[in-house]
Design a protein around this ligand. Structure first.
Ligand code: B12
Length: 213
């Protein structure tokens, strides 16, 4: 259905799935594996760029439908800035991460895709979030993570960086100067809650009050 560009048919299938499944399950167990399969076909040369583009156009409304089912959180646990790095136009996964983090009670500042490192650092300096999320989906754009991390160090901005994307893993993330690697959106929320816990403990040890409230 995705490969043949049948948007409406896919929307019907996803709508049906959403009646009995959690939105995140629909992403992780259905849409994401389908896109990974399509990515592998592209990688092997079984399909070409036009089909990759058609697939992404077909799947985008389905992801948007899933996002509408994720409820906005009423809490404000802290700010999370997220962006896809410069040179990278993949934003489906990043948008899912934004929606899930928002629905978990964090304030999300989404800078979009193809964002210059300097711009990201500028926003971090101004907003002072509890963490920065960077998405890098290709081998050629992953080094932009290091660029952001270096710029942040130069400015002494001590904000943890959480990275994610198809070609990353734990080791690569650390090598590129990131603090955490998240394989999916649930992972990001878990990491953010741990960061928050650490911040609160630090604050309490310094005789301060709990910073989440
Ligand atoms: C859809 C897609 C496209 C679409 C993107 C549309 C869009 N608006 O996003 C289009 C057609 C434009 C595209 C273009 C290209 N693509 Co492409 N694309 C894909 C594909 C098939 C699916 C990605 C996707 O949306 N998955 C669904 C979402 C839900 O999953 P996800 O992105 O992985 O996100 C999850 C996690 O990674 C994580 N995550 C994601 N972002 C973030 C951010 C943070 C902060 C955190 C913590 C976590 C996190 O959480 C998400 C939810 O679980 C992948 C294949 C794959 N295996 O992923 C290739 C893939 C990423 N593309 C690839 C390539 C090569 C390209 C092109 C260079 C092709 C070309 N020759 O032009 C261009 C690059 C353009 C550019 N400059 O960026 C390669 C990269 C390989 C590599 N080693 O570099 C892949 C892996 C395909 C492959 N196997 O060859 N692509």
């Amino acid at each position: 259905v995705i490969l043949s560009g049948k948007k409406d048919e896919l929307l019907k299938i996803v709508d049906e799935l959403l009646k009995n499944h959690d939105p995140l399950e629909v992403v992780e167990n259905h849409l994401k594996p389908a896109m990974e399969m399509i990515g592998d076909m592209y990688d092997r040369g079984d399909i070409f760029l036009p089909q990759l583009i058609l697939s992404s156009q077909t799947v985008k409304p389905a992801f948007e439908l899933v996002e509408t089912k994720m409820k906005g959180g009423k809490l404000n646990l802290g700010k999370f800035v997220v962006a896809t790095v410069k040179g990278d136009i993949h934003d489906i996964g990043k948008n899912i991460v934004s929606a899930v983090v928002k629905s978990s009670g964090f304030e999300v500042i989404d800078l979009g895709k193809d964002v210059p490192s300097e711009k990201i650092v500028e926003v971090i300096e101004k907003e002072k979030p509890i963490a920065l999320g960077l998405s890098a989906m290709t081998t050629t754009t992953a080094p932009k993570i290091r660029e952001v991390s270096t710029l942040m160090k130069e400015k002494r901005l001590n904000v943890p960086i959480i990275v994610g994307g198809a070609t990353l893993n734990d080791k690569l993330a650390k090598d590129l100067g990131a603090d955490y690697y998240a394989k999916n959106a649930t992972d990001v929320v878990r990491i953010l809650k741990n960061i928050l816990k650490g911040l609160n403990e630090l604050h309490q040890n310094n005789g301060g009050r709990n910073c989440t409230v």
